[in-house]
Design a protein around this ligand. Structure first.
Ligand code: NAD
Length: 505
């Protein structure tokens, strides 16, 4: 094998079998069992087989982790370290994640069902890139001096919140952790983070690497366990100053209740979506369009908050767009996530598989027509596989068009006028992402302005890179953004220091 050769499926299986996942809570710079001693099983969604038993934390473990994080916040071992030193540690951490990228991507793939091509090609590099980006900002962000009257000096500065609680989902486990850890650590906070129960392995390994990079003990603590106990304990904790949450809208809104019923901690939420892809009749690059559309809805098995799950296409273009999409499906093989050729791996769990199949049944019973996919496949593997599924004859009142399915299911609707396209795009309680395809610059600008979504991409499907904020309008988010320097706001307080300068005697 040459140095750059992509490891074969066989090699990936052999290396995955040799992994030794970390399975305990990571608190105060070391691994330990849950106070209760309880453990739960994490399984491989591509086989239905167990991978490991993980410590099942509870509220008592959150108490321990928060006490450790509070001590680290109060004694300033991180927040008062020089910005250049903090930067160096986080940059080193990013490099260690990249150097151990093969191990982390294998852990991520067996734990989540994501294709190895994605975990090694997207998730791990994006994780390193995100942490490095925020690290490098540490000694480049300045406070402000206000234009105050003669005889006064007024400074507006940002300070860390203190102890931050982070709760993250299973769809991009290590990347979503990085989107929150990068800015929260860069702004000087200490952290208690809870990964989703199904996908804790990559974060536990990354936390160990943070210590190796020189992050002081107690600054980053990972508590695994069920959302209903560990997540709620974070949300309600009186000594956590702020929460960053990514997950469903349903659970996200609970964090507002938790904060309201506890200490009014700051809450920033990144939630679900039902994002439109609006295609105008003048758009000519059908091949490019089909590739973007497929990526928008089938990437990560459709388990993507910003999945472009509603195709809103001009009536005159629908047939040729669907034909191009059908041809593109040949480029989206479904199967073993450890096969480097696989583009669509397994859904996260049996429960989620049943939910996605349930939505497909609902769509058919509501009168929509399956024109691709639509059934479980590869059942003999024990894994949870659904091929790219496309529904035609969809109406805006159908549940498959309104509700987040979080699977590889595209719904297709036609429009006649630009106004109708905008109305359809905005006819949703969500507002996370959107795409507009047109060759007409005027249409592009008009529609991009009118769509109520945190991200509008034109003639592509993209969330942009690390330099731009990512967040949702309406019920897709609350009070915060991931990525870019905007992500720092939710982890900082704004302080005014007003100084009276005595006149010269
Ligand atoms: P989820 O809301 O079920 O779980 C998210 C996290 O919350 C998990 O760690 C879970 O254990 C925890 N949790 C569950 N119940 C809880 C409770 N009662 N109290 C406190 N915490 C609790 O979401 P999921 O199924 O893991 O992820 C899928 C959802 O995440 C989708 O809706 C998707 O759109 C959304 N998501 C949004 C973004 C974004 O940036 N906007 C990114 C990725 C995923």
């Amino acid at each position: 094998m040459t140095e750059d050769a992509v490891p074969t499926t066989l090699q990936n299986h052999a290396d995955a079998a040799a992994l030794r996942p970390r399975t305990q809570l990571f608190i105060d710079g070391g691994f330990r069992d849950a106070v209760s001693g309880r453990r739960f099983v994490t399984e491989n969604p591509a086989t239905g087989q167990p991978i490991a038993e993980i410590a099942e934390g509870g509220p008592e473990d959150i108490d321990v982790a928060v006490a450790v994080a509070r001590k680290a916040a109060d004694d300033g071992r991180w927040s008062r370290m020089s910005p250049a030193d903090r930067k160096a540690i986080l940059v080193r951490w990013a490099s260690l994640i990249e150097e151990n990228g093969r191990e982390i991507s294998l852990l991520e793939t067996i734990d989540s069902g994501k294709p190895i091509g994605d975990t090694i090609g997207i998730d791990v590099p994006e994780t390193g890139n995100c942490i490095r980006w925020h690290a490098e900002a540490i000694d480049k962000l300045y406070g402000q001096v206000a234009p105050s009257p003669e005889g006064t000096v007024a400074m507006v500065t940002k300070e860390p919140l203190g102890v931050v609680g982070l709760v993250i989902p299973w769809n991009y486990p290590i990347m979503m952790a990085a989107w929150k850890l990068g800015p929260s650590l860069a702004t000087g906070n200490t952290v208690v983070i809870k990964p989703a129960s199904a996908t804790a392995l990559s974060l536990l390994r990354a936390a160990e690497l943070a210590s190796e990079a020189g992050l002081p003990d107690g600054v980053l603590n990972v508590v695994t366990g069920p959302g209903s106990r560990v997540g709620e304990a974070i949300g309600r904790h009186m000594d956590i100053d702020g929460v960053g949450f990514t997950g469903s809208t349903e659970v996200g809104r609970r964090f507002l209740t938790y904060a309201g019923e506890s200490n009014l901690k700051r809450v920033a939420l990144e939630l679900g979506g039902k994002s439109p892809q609006v295609v105008f009749g003048d758009y000519t690059d059908l091949e490019g369009l089909a590739a973007n559309m497929a990526f928008a809805i089938f990437w990560n098995m459709g388990e993507n908050c910003s999945a472009g799950s509603r195709l809103i296409v001009h009536r005159s273009a629908k047939d040729r767009v669907l034909e191009a999409l059908r041809a593109e499906l040949a480029n989206w093989p479904v199967g073993d996530p450890l096969d480097p050729a696989t583009k669509i791996g397994a859904l996260i769990s049996k429960t989620h598989l049943e939910q996605v199949l349930g939505y497909i049944d609902i769509g058919e019973s509501e009168g929509a027509r399956v024109v691709a996919g639509g059934n479980r496949i590869l059942q003999e593997t024990g894994g949870y596989f659904v091929p790219p599924t496309v529904f035609d004859n969809v109406r805006p009142d159908m549940r498959i068009y309104r509700e987040e399915i979080f699977g590889p299911v595209l719904t297709v609707l036609e429009f006649d006028t630009e106004a109708e396209a905008v109305a359809l795009a905005n006819d949703t309680e969500y507002g996370l992402a959107s795409s507009v395809y047109t060759n007409d610059l005027n249409i592009a600008h008009r529609v991009a302005r009118e769509i109520k979504a945190g991200t509008v991409s034109v003639n592509c499907y993209s969330e942009g890179d690390m330099t731009v904020p990512f967040g949702g309008y309406k019920m897709s988010g609350f009070s915060g953004h991931d990525k870019s320097a905007h992500a720092h706001d939710q982890y900082t307080e704004t302080k005014t220091t007003w100084i009276q300068v005595a006149p010269r005697p």
